[in-house]
Design a protein around this ligand. Sequence first.
Ligand code: SF4
Length: 331
Amino acid sequence: MSSSEPFDFRIEYIIDTIKDAQPSVVGLQFPEGFKRRGTAIADRISEATGVEILISANPCYGACDLDVAILDNVDILFHFGHAQLDDNKYSEKVIFIETRSDTDVTEVVRKAIPEITGKRIGVMTTVQHIGKLPDACEILEAEGKECLIGRGDSKIAYPGQVLGCNFSVADGLDCDEYLYIGSGQFHPLGVSLATGKRVLIADPFSNEVREVDPRKIMKQRSAVIANSLDAETFGILVSTKPGQYRMELARQLKELAEKHGKTAYILTMDLITPDQMLQFRVDAFVSTACPRLAIDEVGRFSAPMLTPPEFEIVIGEREWEELTFDEIRGE
Ligand code: SF4
């Protein structure tokens, strides 16, 4: 990793792998945040190995988003930016390049210390900073705190790792509060809603510490639920992406709708976008795909978009007080 490059794309490892395996064609797949670096990385690999390279241009937001179509045309697919999920072990062709960050986390964890009120702290992060958790724990312990790291379920590759749809590392952790190391709001918000405990964000990129406030998002979700209470017809969305495919859940939700005298249709597609849904005349959608869809794209669809737990509230199978984030859990 060069000093100016905070992420490790493991180019030398990729080059060695290609020289050993002698593939004819390799694929590269990048998440949206890394796509602009794709052509320069392809140049470096191709100059060193001469291999033909195909770059996946399909949208990619998570390890769930493996480009299955490109697999037929490549001998190896290097998927950047995510750790392997249990769902996508199915192809031997895929090599996950986790793209770890070299960014120091100690400064921001030190900055968080005065904000931490509890003694037993559950610490978590995304795969990019997972190698830095021992540094964070060392600082917390030097301040007399206990550092607790959860194992998570089968979708979680490393202890302490959270996904935007899986907060299982927080399950059963006997802690007073949580410290999330990373940028962005969604993961720590999910932990806050899943556990009801205080969550602090220590962002090593901006060097900022802030507390998660779930009130705004809960208000927004309550409005979506309220707008769906009169719905008679539901479109239940199933994404065919390997890590998002929840057909069984969709069938259960359809049955539930029918039990309550409602009409429901299961709509399947790869990438779910507001434009694609425009032609379907339903009163509300229920997304069984990426749980972030309903939250991040709120107001952009032609009808309210509910998560499965929200749908259960709408049809009276769950209490409002039991509103929580949707998760895609493993074993
Ligand atoms: S389903 Fe959504 S939150 Fe989960 S890994 Fe995929 S993109 Fe991330």
